[in-house]
Design a binder for this molecule. Structure first.
Ligand SMILES: C[S@@+](CC[C@H](N)C(=O)[O-])C[C@H]1O[C@@H](n2cnc3c(N)ncnc32)[C@H](O)[C@@H]1O
Length: 258
């Protein structure tokens, strides 16, 4: 029996970001796998449900909630810690696919933003497929990532003319702003890594971008750093969780013609 799954990028938080291709895919799905990543992520689970209710009118489908394994964050070996956690997540996905999908089913994972960016779903599915325990066929539908949403809301281009962009994490930025990079998008920054870099950089910061709770701040980093730190803390207190990212741009650069 061949098990079929679609990985659908649902955009970074606003149901209006769902593409026509995603709507078509949603309407082929019979079983939605909905992760419960803890209470702070309840809002995210709710968005996934809203999307199904809005875009799949009058058709039956099943929702299968599952709990993603907790990641031990105390380990000093980050890479090893991630690897062990991924193995446990993979076991959960494998069991779901085996137990929940029948011959006529089409399963789906609704991925926040776009599945290509800081999301493990594609890696996990490919690993399960390559083990060959059962036949697995999956396809991918791209979504509007938080990076695109951030740029659009700030009305900025990500790259300087003819230059490259780096997309990275707060953890990496804390190791230093590379001297050969002009533009950098920083995601997954739990610790205000922007405070550690040159205040001369320009920042375009956004939290809950695209949603009703959206907060946007931009300016010279040294001028807005404290404001962003304060807003982040207040938002985290208010909502119990935060999703924010930012673009850092060096003030000068070798701007070749495009
Ligand atoms: C695990 S990554 C997932 C990224 C996602 N696949 C995407 O395409 O945007 C989660 C990070 O994405 C960023 N993010 C996601 N949604 C966001 C939003 N609506 N506003 C600001 N940042 C967001 C934050 O940096 C957050 O820590």
């Amino acid at each position: 029996m061949k098990r079929k799954v679609i990985v659908i990028g649902i955009g970074a938080g606003n149901p209006d970001y769902v593409t026509v291709q995603a709507i078509d895919a949603l309407n082929r799905v019979t079983v939605f796998f909905i992760p419960d990543k803890g209470t702070e992520k309840a809002n995210l689970a709710r968005l996934r449900r809203q999307i199904c209710e809005r875009f799949i009118p009058g058709r039956d489908y099943r929702m299968v909630d599952f709990t993603t394994p907790h990641r031990e964050k105390s380990s000093p070996d980050y890479a090893k810690d991630i690897e062990a956690w991924r193995d446990r997540v993979e076991d959960v996905y494998q069991r779901l696919l085996m137990e929940e999908l029948g011959d006529d089913d089409c399963g789906a994972f609704l991925v926040w933003g776009d599945p290509s960016l800081y999301d493990g779903t594609l890696r996990i599915l490919e690993k399960i497929r390559s083990k060959g325990i059962f036949e697995l066929q999956y396809e991918v539908v791209p979504g509007i990532s938080s990076v695109q949403a951030l740029a659009a809301r700030h009305k900025v281009a990500l790259n300087r003319i003819g230059e490259s962009i780096m997309i990275t994490t707060g953890r990496k930025l804390a190791e230093g702003f590379p001297n050969n990079v002009d533009s950098m998008v920083v995601m997954l920054d739990a610790g205000n890594a922007f405070k550690t870099v040159d205040g001369d950089l320009d920042i375009h910061w956004g939290a809950y971008v695209g949603t009703d709770e959206e907060i946007l701040v931009s300016g010279k980093l040294r001028d807005v750093c404290e404001e962003i730190e304060r807003l982040r803390e207040a938002a985290r207190q208010q909502h119990g969780w935060i999703m924010d990212s930012y673009l850092l741009t060096a003030p000068r650069g070798n701007e070749d013609e495009e």
